[in-house]
Write a protein that binds this ligand. Structure first.
Ligand SMILES: Cc1cc2nc3c(=O)[nH]c(=O)nc-3n(C[C@H](O)[C@H](O)[C@H](O)COP(=O)(O)O)c2cc1C
Length: 148
């Protein structure tokens, strides 16, 4: 399967998460890792998987490196592309916790792309507990894909 992992990271936590995700796929998959880019949308074909890993800054806003891709989503048709959005934020921001993850999740769903799994919101950093959570969810996602 062709998988695109795109991150929007400023201080590196979400980049680290994206790299961790990449390492969880074996060689039967082709995994392309990069910063969020509208060009990724032009490459995606039906049956491909897009994993987005956006950081949240400001008051619940998408981190700057993710903005052009977010804007491009309004003109993109995602039929039969699978997606999952997850990210690291900070629960100290209350209702704005990981809002960028939720914003991207909603926007992707509106393109007709197929959400494979609910968005995953992670607090603070990629510690062992968060790594385990990510692996659990990723295993579930792989099972869902295998049954498609
Ligand atoms: C100015 C500022 C605003 C932030 N606003 C939010 C926010 O609204 N929601 C949230 O969950 N985290 C917020 N954060 C925390 C970052 O999302 C968190 O530090 C995250 O790890 C940054 O990701 P990155 O290292 O990939 O850039 C904010 C951090 C800063 C410095």
């Amino acid at each position: 399967m062709q998988i695109y992992i795109n991150y929007a990271s400023i201080d590196g936590h979400n980049l680290e998460l994206a790299e961790f995700l990449q390492a969880q796929f074996d060689k039967t998959n082709s995994v392309s890792l990069g910063s969020c880019s509208p060009q990724t949308l032009t490459k995606l074909k039906p049956g491909n998987l897009l994993i987005l890993v956006p950081a949240t800054y400001g008051s619940g806003e998408i981190a700057a490196p993710g903005l052009t891709m977010y804007q491009a989503l309004s003109k993109w048709q995602g039929q039969d592309v699978y997606f999952w959005v997850l990210g690291i934020g900070d629960q100290g921001y209350g209702d704005d916790f990981c809002q960028a993850v939720l914003t991207f999740d909603q926007a992707l769903a509106q393109t007709g792309a197929r959400r494979l799994q609910s968005p995953l919101l992670l607090d603070y950093e990629l510690d062992q507990a968060n790594e385990e959570l990510v692996c659990q969810q990723l295993n579930h996602l792989k099972e869902v894909l295998a049954n498609e």
